[in-house]
Design a protein around this ligand. Structure first.
Ligand SMILES: [Zn+2]
Length: 106
């Protein structure tokens, strides 16, 4: 899946699920862009239908692959801490600031 097709698929998935990782439920950002994940892996007979696709962080996707991720758990402290560890303090502050700004606008 590449090019226009991939962009289009991502746009469809955002429309359906929102701009959020389906695994950790945190929003995507420029630092943590969305990645297309197959709910049922192609190796297990999954296909490229939208129903079988979801958007996730690449880091969450990798954890899911290794069985490290517990699916459907809402973001707890540990998910947030892991996220912070992977993000520099400045970047994190910027993200939080952006969040505050968007809340003010709403
Ligand atoms: Zn995630």
């Amino acid at each position: 899946m590449k090019g226009v097709n991939r962009e289009r698929t991502i746009a469809e998935l955002i429309k359906r699920d929102g701009y959020r990782c389906r695994l950790c439920h945190l929003e995507f950002s420029e630092l943590t862009p969305p990645e297309i994940d197959h709910r049922i892996p192609k190796s297990k007979g999954g296909d490229d239908d939208l129903e079988n696709l979801q958007l996730v962080h690449s880091v969450c996707n990798r954890k899911k692959g290794t069985g490290e991720f517990r699916e459907r758990k809402l973001p707890g402290k540990s998910a947030l801490l892991k996220f912070i560890k992977k993000t520099s303090r400045e970047q994190f502050e910027q993200i939080m600031e952006d969040k505050l700004q968007s809340k003010k606008l709403n």
